[in-house]
Design a protein around this ligand. Sequence first.
Ligand code: GLN
Length: 307
Amino acid sequence: MYEKEELIRFVQEAKKYGHQGKVASYIPALGKANPNDLSIAIYMPDGRIIDAGDVTVKVTLQSISKIIALALVIMDHGEKEVFKKVGMEPTGDPFHSIAKLEETQPTKPLNPMINAGALAVTHMISGRTVKERLQRLISFVRKLAGNPTISYSQEVAQSEFETAFLNRSLCYFLRQHNIINEDVEDLMELYTKQCAIEMTCIDLARIGLVFAMDGRDPFTEEEIMPLDVARICKTFMVTCGMYNASGEFAIKIGIPAKSGVSGGILASVPKRCGIGIFGPALDDKGNSLTGIKLLEFLSKTYSLSIF
Ligand code: GLN
C-alpha cells in the first residue's frame, strides 16, 4: 500500500487541474507562490514516509494553525471555558465572513475554524506577553512535528499584519462583546505570527499522524495531547476543516483535514497515517485545488474515508 511510484503518478494527474486555481494574494507575500507546485508526504505509524513532489518547500500554516491553537487552549483552560467563547457549529459562510456574528445568541463566533472563532481562540493562549504566548505555541508545534527547528516567516507575518483589516474588524467586534479583552494590535501580532509558522509537508504529515494516533507521539508513546482534545480537533476538521466546502469534502474524501490559504492541507486518517500537502493553486473557497484532487485519488484508491 502507498507505493511511491503511484503517489508520483497521482501528483502528476492532480497537477493537471492546477490551471483552474489561483494563488492567494490578499496576503501579498503568499502571492509569490508557484501555482504549479504540488507536494505530498504520508507518515505512517511505523515511521515510514512516502513522498512525492518537492517536500523541502516550506509552507506557512495559515488556517491549519487554528486546529493546533485550539488544542493548546483546550489544554490551557479546559473544554468548558473555551466553548464559552466560541461555538461548535459549522457555518455555510466563507472563513473570513462577518455575517453571522450578530445573529448568534449569546454572541460568540460559531466555531474555532472561521477567522472570528480562531481569533477568540488565539486570544486564549496563556502567557504574560505576546512573545511568551507565541513561544508556547511554537514549542507545542515543534513537539507535534518532532522538529525543534520550526519557526515562523517574518515576511509572511508582516505582510498579513499590514493588510489584515477585516480580521481587525472581527477583533473589535469580539472586544465590544467581551469575548476578547486584550489590545487588538497585540492579538493581531500573535495571530499573524501564528498563521506564518512554516514547515515542510513532512512536518505537516507528522502532526497529522499525532492526531491520527489520538494525541500520542507514535515513536516515543508520549501523550502530547489528551485523547479528548485530539478527538475534538479531528471532529472540527470533519465539520469545518475545509471551510464552507467541508460537507462536500466529507462526502467525496471523508478524511479529517484542515486547509490553509497558503495551499497547505493537514490530514489525519485515524490509526493509519498523517498526510501533509502543499499545493498553492486554490479553488474559490480557498482550499488547495490540486491538494483536494490528490486526496480524492488517495481516498478512493486506499478506502481512506472514515465513513
Ligand atoms: N491568516 C489567514 C487569515 O486570517 C488564514 C486564513 C486561511 O488560511 N483561510 O486570513
